[in-house]
Design a protein around this ligand. Structure first.
Ligand SMILES: Cc1cc2nc3c(=O)[nH]c(=O)nc-3n(C[C@H](O)[C@H](O)[C@H](O)COP(=O)(O)O)c2cc1C
Length: 445
């Protein structure tokens, strides 16, 4: 199901808000999306652009699951399965994303949003960028793009990740293709960070058929059914990028970042431009949800992992709850170490047992209150590589930021004595319910 089929599906289910009056991409559109609580919205008339704009497609786990045509409870195993067994996509000769080819590039025709007055400029926020690493092959990742003029963007490339590695080792311009308006499989796979050399478009194709087509100006292949493709080159010219509000809802700092020069725009004849709110729930979920299977796989290597949740309060990025079936006294501590390996930006993790609902913050806090002792169950790691998005981390120009990390083992504990008797003292009691009609007056009484 490509983006427009998903939009149609949402509309037929009564879940799509359509706005017909003209809306300005400068500040106004972001404010409307936010005021609507990021539910799916289609803007038909956008000031200064002929492209309609869609937002809010990935703002809940349920909607993401709908876009994959699965139940929400199946998200983690489905993503983990595709990560484990990617399927190479078929390459086609003609594609909807190339119905219109525009070599005379004018980025001003795109409805690129400015979200806050203080922003460094208008930003493309849903750009899934395809490039080829000279040694590792195709890599796909999101990059925020700050529009500079008719042909140029400043591109944020996080240090140490696939794009940064490829760009750092090529002295020449690096061909890239920015895909906007993608299917759910591409939106999720683009946010994954599989082992080096594993192709994210093959992961997308394992999640749902994702044929690819060769670009007009390079040998890169892009999802044939996306809406808009910006073909170009990541140069070695550096400019100031930012400020930009990122997923912690705080302003990321201004850095020197490379310039992307666009050589050609291709798009569907009636293309829809996709946007999302920086720092909004869609941004957070798209970042975090595709990392849950990586943590799940890593923890499963050291003990039995049942589920993983990157929680909303940590921006679905910095905080996780890991649920395990504890077999060995040290499984909680093992799970902490593995979770940090599974997601290098993770800062704090809580490990709980199967009896604790990891999606309920109050239940997780109860597990910490009743199963955790700070002098024996707390793992603190010093001076670790971290997310650049945490304003309290130590920023190192041109390198990964540094942080302290903390893991809380909030699982039940037992020693060499009677294990069953010890476990019993941790169990939460349950009241039995009664039939209230036996106790309360009825309507006629
Ligand atoms: C909405 C969204 C925006 C993102 N913006 C950026 C960005 O501006 N720069 C960046 O380096 N990563 C960004 N990311 C994260 C990368 O896409 C992600 O880390 C990717 O999986 C890296 O893959 P790699 O390790 O295979 O290179 C963003 C992710 C999402 C979902």
């Amino acid at each position: 199901m490509d983006l427009r089929m998903f939009v149609d599906r949402l509309q037929s289910m009564g879940k799509l808000q359509v706005i017909e009056r003209e809306v300005d991409p400068y500040l106004e559109m972001a404010r409307v999306i936010h005021t609507l609580g990021e539910r799916p919205v289609l803007f038909l008339c956008v000031r200064g652009s002929s492209f309609p704009v869609i937002a809010g497609l990935c703002s809940t786990r349920e909607q993401i699951a709908l876009g994959l045509e699965i139940e929400a409870g199946k998200l983690l195993p489905t993503l983990a399965g595709a990560l484990r067994q990617p399927v190479e996509p078929q390459c086609v000769d003609t594609a909807p994303c190339q119905e219109v080819v525009e070599p005379d590039v004018d980025l001003m025709q795109l409805p690129v949003n400015t979200h806050f007055v203080e922003d460094g400029g208008p930003y493309v926020t849903t750009g899934v960028v395809v490039m080829g690493d000279p040694d590792l092959g195709r890599n796909v990742s999101y990059h925020r793009l700050q529009r500079l003029d008719r042909r140029h963007f400043a591109v944020r490339i996080v240090e140490g990740r696939g794009m940064h590695t490829a760009w750092s080792k090529t002295g020449e311009d690096l061909p890239v293709a920015v895909c906007i308006g993608n299917s759910m499989p591409v939106l999720l796979a683009g946010a994954m960070s599989p082992a080096p050399g594993v192709d994210e478009l093959s992961i997308a194709n394992a999640l749902g058929a994702t044929p690819v087509v060769k670009c007009v100006t390079s040998n890169l292949e892009v999802p044939a059914h996306c809406e808009i493709v910006l073909e170009g080159r990541l140069t070695h010219e550096l400019v100031e990028e930012g400020p930009f509000v990122d997923l912690t809802e705080t302003r990321d700092i201004v850095r020197l970042q490379p310039v992307l020069e666009v050589d050609c725009i291709t798009h569907r004849s009636d293309a829809i431009y996709q946007t999302l709110l920086p720092g909004g729930c869609e941004h957070k979920l798209l970042m975090g949800l595709p990392r849950e299977p990586s943590i799940f796989e890593a923890v499963n290597e050291v003990c039995r992992c049942l589920n993983v949740s990157l929680t909303a309060g940590g921006g679905h990025w910095l905080h996780a709850v890991v649920q395990i079936s504890k077999q060995d006294a040290v499984d909680g501590s093992r799970a902490i170490g593995a979770a940090f390996k599974g997601h290098s930006s993770l800062k704090h993790v809580v490990v709980v047992d199967e009896s604790v609902d990891l999606f309920d913050p109050q239940a997780v806090e109860w597990a910490i209150a009743t199963r955790f002792q700070a002098d024996s169950d707390l793992n603190v790691l010093h001076n670790q590589p971290s997310s650049s998005l945490d304003p309290s981390a130590t920023q190192v120009p041109g390198k990964k930021a540094r942080t302290a990390k903390m893991g809380l083992d909030a699982t039940v504990k037992w020693d060499s004595g009677d294990k069953q008797a010890q476990l019993g003292s941790y169990e939460k009691v349950q009241y039995e319910s009664v039939e209230l009609g036996d106790y309360l007056p009825g309507p006629q009484d």
